[in-house]
Every structure is written in structure tokens, then in C-alpha cells.
Design a protein around this ligand. Sequence first.
Ligand SMILES: Nc1ncnc2c1ncn2[C@@H]1O[C@H](COP(=O)(O)OP(=O)(O)OP(=O)(O)O)[C@@H](O)[C@H]1O
Ligand SMILES: [Mg+2]
Length: 422
Amino acid sequence: MGNCLDHSLNFEGSQNTSDQSKTITKTSSGTVPSTITCSPPSNLTAPSYGEKSGSDALITPRTEGEILASSNLKDFTFSELRNATRNFRPDSLLGEGGFGHVYKGWIDEQSLAASKPGVGRIVAIKKLKPEGFQGHKEWLTEVDYLGRLHHPNLVKLIGYCSEGDDRLLVYEFMPKGSLENHLFRRSAEPLSWAIRIKVAVGAARGLSFLHDAESQVIYRDVKASNILVDAAFNAKLSDFGLAKAGPTGDRTHVTTQVMGTHGYAAPEYVATGRLTARADVYSFGVVLLELLSGRRAFDKSKVGVEQNLVDWAKPYLGDKRKLFRIMDTKLEGQYPKKGAYTIANLALQCISHEPKQRPRMREVLTALQSLHDAKDGPKLLQIERKDVPVKLPARYRPSPRMPATATEALPLPFPKPATPVR
Ligand SMILES: Nc1ncnc2c1ncn2[C@@H]1O[C@H](COP(=O)(O)OP(=O)(O)OP(=O)(O)O)[C@@H](O)[C@H]1O
Ligand SMILES: [Mg+2]
């Protein structure tokens, strides 16, 4: 779930009326404090997404009752989920985000009823902090979107719980957790180049599906912690609490309160609150940079330009000879230079300051897919093997040096013809 990035904007002409009157305090801690307590049942509405054609696809705000009644999701009781997680025991904890904790739990394969720990199917249960309106709103948006959207690259929502002030969500369990943990956790086994590409393809496919849906969905929270991976590193997008219906008819954008995460949010969206699918493309470009560099989008522990990954990495992306300087040292040089350069170019286009210069997600997907399917793909997998030590020439060894000056963005037009990796 996301953070509010800016509280000083005036909003005009919003299509999504549910956002217009909210004032949410800016925070850098990842939590969104709110003084409004949530008292269900509420008549909060969320724009609905229709998968069908014609009038069924229209975006109509629906009440909470309508959303919950129409979903095929299981309505769990709080005590069921408490039992499924051994009373939310700390050793069942899978992770923590700004809005709550995620626990491992067990449900019966057939009936979906909560079962004894260790018996049946493993699920991930997100328990939202009882912090009021914003948390509830995102919970409802998540139920609304994930209750209707089904795709192999979107995490599956199995059910929910709404009891008193408690709001929970029950998802399919993603055994390898988040991309964020794999890239940035000290104890994590480094991700190989081939796995990085695979994860990028999966996330891009999920986003393309959302953007190209008959009623477009803008995800608004693309970041490494929201990209989850299964045992085979198939990636799925999670957290639809910030999702928005895209513009309809002649409209070019939707105007919303600025929500998102520092380092990932597109500059024009932060500045104006005007949201288009190209804002997701920007954030995806930032994730590509994280995959290349192994650095966080925004890192407070660093100083100056190094705090912001886009600012730091941009000057190197269009320069074949300098690119190695930003590559993740954990790759130990085990990546194809041509492939890395292709990804760097793609990232550079995704993070274009001008939204129209950014590619569409389907174009990003095509480019990534061709890299993934390249006929020498097996060669990429080969270099994953840890038992083949490769000594790199000195000039290809990663260096922490900073450039003296910024270079120009690469003048390549998009889409670039599919280039097999050699
Ligand atoms: N379905 C799941 N299966 C396995 N682990 C999960 C699942 N969902 C979430 N997690 C784990 O829980 C962590 C916290 O997730 P959560 O979505 O609450 O927060 P976040 O994405 O890190 O931050 P934010 O609150 O900004 O969204 C994830 O990073 C991941 O490690
Ligand atoms: Mg998340």
C-alpha cells in the first residue's frame, strides 16, 4: 500500500470523487497517520473496474456493500484468521509495510475455511493497522480491484475480513517473498541476471494487462516491495490499494491526491496530481534501475545525488562504456554487456521527464520479452553457475566512482528493434 507524497496540491476536475475531500498528512515513514477512525459499515465508494464489454465496462462508483456482495471472495471471520496464524504470532510474520503486518497462515484447500497451522494451503494474511479512513479506503479498493482482476502476474486475493475496526486480506502465498528482499536484504542470495530479467518480464506483463484492459487500470504503486515472486521467480503485482481507473472518453488523465512512494513516483504526477498510465511506466523504469544497480530507489543512508537512484544513475545509462559503474556489484560482472545496455536504454526511456516520450508498457514488455527469449538465453542461464569463476578485465570491474559530468540521454527512438543478447 502506498504513501501520500504531497499534501499541498489543489485538485480540480477529479473524476474520482472519492479522493477530492481528503487531507492526508505527508509522511516519510511509510505510514499514513489519520485521525479519522473507521466505523463500518461505511458508505465509502470505490470506482469499479469491469472486465466485460460495453456498458458493463463503465466505471461506476460502488458502495462498500455492493463491492463485497459482488465479489467471489471468501468473507473470513476474525477468529478464523486468528486461528490460521496462531494468533498472529511473531514467528508467522512474513513482512511489514506501512499499513500493517503480513502473516503466514493456513486454510483448507477445498472449503477455504481457516485450518490448523501446518495443515492445508499456505496463505499470506495482511492485517491492517486500525488507523482509520485511509487504511480502510485502500483495503476496499484492493478488494474491489483484486476481486475482479485475474491474471497470472497479479497476486490472487482469496478473501477478506471486516469486523469492527479490523481489516484483513487473504492472498495466495508467494514463497519467495518480495523483489525488494531479494535485491536489498543483506542475507539474500544475489539474484542472477537471468532471474532479474524474468522478474522484470513478469511485472511488465502484469502492468500491460492493467493498462490495456478495456477499462484501463493505473496501478500507482509500482515498487520492488510490491513485486512478489513464486518459487520459480514468476513475478506478480500485489497491493492494489492505490489503483485507479484510467481516464475515459476524451480525457487525458485523472486528477488525484498524490500517493505513491518516494523515488518511484513520476515527477509530473507529484507536481500536478495528474495521473496517467505513463506514471506507472516511470515507476517501472525505476524498478529496472534497481534490478541493474542493486540500489534502492530512494536511500536516506546515502548522501547527495546518490540518495535518489534516478538522479544518480541517469548519466550512465546511455553510455556503453560507463554503464558498468552503476551495475550491481553482486552480479560480479556476470551479465551480458549488450543485454545490460538494452535494459539501461529501456529504463532511460521509461524515466523520461516528458511522459509522452515514455514507451507504453506493452512496448516495454515486448523489449524485455525479446531479451528473455533471445536465442542465447541458455548462455545467460549458464553464467548463473557459481562454480565457473570468471575473471573480468579490469575495465569491466564495477567501480564506485562518480562521473564528473552528466551525459545526454540516449537518442534512440522507441521501440528499439529486438536485439538478441550475445
Ligand atoms: N502474498 C504474499 N506472500 C508472501 N509474502 C508476502 C505476501 N504479501 C506480502 N508479503 C511480504 O510482506 C511484506 C510487506 O508487504 P506490504 O504490502 O504490507 O508492505 P510493503 O509493500 O513492503 O510496503 P507498503 O506498505 O508501502 O506497500 C512484503 O514486502 C513481502 O515480503
Ligand atoms: Mg506492498
